[in-house]
Design a protein around this ligand. Structure first.
Ligand code: NAD
Length: 387
């Protein structure tokens, strides 16, 4: 078996790790960062958690804080202009997956020919080149973007949520400090936590899984399965927050190398057309897609249920698989994940877009990694089922 495995060169993981950011930059020979973040990080003062230790070390940093949730190409272009406006020697993506993905996309476009657009880099193009070293500092647990070679950017002209993949999107380094997640509001805690579990599960059942990605996926499912409900019920539970943060990063390492599958393929069009947050649209799909896929990889789904604590160690595969689907549905109910209809999507709009959404899901390539590979009609049927 040939295994290629990609990961950031350096990851500093632990409570309070962000205080060591200047030392990390020093080790990497970097001293002029542009911090890419969002307005909430600035408003909440969270950005000070990174600028204070940098300034204390005499590092002058500039901030681009215009990123938006579920990033779009026009904001990336504004970020490229900001990056060109100073003599920066690195980018720091600071925030949830949206600012980190924006920083990655800025970095790819910054290295491109003048006039290049984000859509020039969507899969199946390999976005292997970026301009600057990038350090990712996640504040949600999480997308795992700090450890992946992906960025997801919406094309504002076509409303397509584009998957951009390649080494150009892989951070050089990451600081994974769970203390930054203590202030994440409940809705985002739930959405990002289910997102992380989806990453681990999809990586584990992916047709492109390998023994190295499996090791990360298995550890991630253990951590997230045991702590997802806890961070919802008791947001100030530090141990649970720490476990979720580590689980999310491990899940990122798993899916960056094994790829995601049908849930993600179907989720991106929901996000693009109806502005449903990424983790929430994954959660809407996860029970139904797992039911659809179960028998095509029953031993792996059953093992996932056992690892996550949703099934007993001695449950036979069929029972463990059934318990997995039950648990995923129960988690959605407890964590108040709405259906698309509950989110406010109108039936007529949903129905009208289904063929296009199915086409976009298939074009992303992710459904091809699923244990059971659906055609467009089956994808439409699952969309109908979850409405
Ligand atoms: P997000 O970055 O959009 O953040 C959601 C909200 O939470 C924002 O309002 C943000 O300001 C706020 N927030 C973040 N951290 C906070 C904190 N510590 N305290 C208080 N508020 C906080 O959400 P996300 O789910 O982390 O990221 C979603 C994006 O990540 C999507 O665009 C998705 O496509 C992308 N994604 C990328 C990858 C990848 O590998 N590149 C993987 C999964 C998802």
């Amino acid at each position: 078996m040939d295994i290629g495995f990609f990961a950031p060169r350096h990851m500093d993981i632990g409570g309070g790790a962000v205080v060591r950011i200047a030392a990390m930059l020093g080790r990497l020979g970097l001293s002029r960062p542009l911090i890419v973040t969002d307005p909430v990080m600035v408003k909440l003062g969270l950005v000070r958690r990174i600028t204070d230790p940098l300034e204390a070390a005499g590092i002058v940093c500039a901030i681009f804080s215009d990123t938006v949730p579920e990033p779009v190409d026009t904001v990336v272009e504004a970020g490229v202009a900001a990056a060109r406006g100073g003599a920066f020697d690195c980018l720091i993506g600071f925030g949830g997956g949206s600012p980190i993905d924006t920083a990655k996309a800025i970095n790819i476009l910054l290295a491109a020919e003048p006039g290049a657009r984000m859509r020039d880099f969507k899969v199946p193009v390999a976005a292997d080149t970026a301009a600057l070293p990038l350090i990712a500092v996640p504040t949600t647990a999480g997308t795992g973007s700090e450890a992946t070679r992906f960025t997801v950017i919406t094309d504002t002209q076509t409303d397509e949520k584009m998957l951009i993949a390649g080494l150009g999107a892989l951070p050089l380094a990451a600081v994974v400090d769970y203390e930054l997640t203590m202030s994440v509001p409940p809705r985002t805690t739930a959405d990002t936590g289910i997102d992380a579990f989806t990453h681990a599960l999809e990586a584990y059942v992916s047709r492109r899984a390998n023994p190295v990605s499996d090791a990360y996926a298995r550890s991630a499912m253990r951590l997230i399965g045991a702590n997802l409900r806890k961070v919802w019920q008791t947001p100030q539970d530090r141990e649970a927050r720490e476990a979720m943060m580590l689980g999310a990063t491990l899940a990122g390492l798993a899916f960056s190398n094994a790829s995601v599958a049908l849930v993600h393929g179907m989720s991106r069009p929901i996000g693009a057309h109806f502005h449903v947050p990424h983790g929430m649209s994954n959660a809407m799909l996860l029970p139904a897609v797992t039911r659809y896929s179960l028998n095509a990889a029953l031993p792996r789904y059953a093992e996932s249920a056992r690892l996550a604590g949703f099934a007993r160690a001695d449950d036979a595969d069929q029972l463990a698989g059934a318990r997995l689907i039950e648990a995923l549905a129960a988690i959605n109910a407890e964590l108040e994940v709405p259906t698309p209809q509950g989110f406010g999507v109108a039936r007529a709009d949903w129905d009208a877009l289904l063929p296009k959404m199915a086409e976009q899901a298939l074009a992303s390539g992710s459904p091809g990694n699923n244990p059971a590979v659906p055609d467009a009609a089956e994808i439409v049927r699952i969309y109908e089922e979850i409405f």
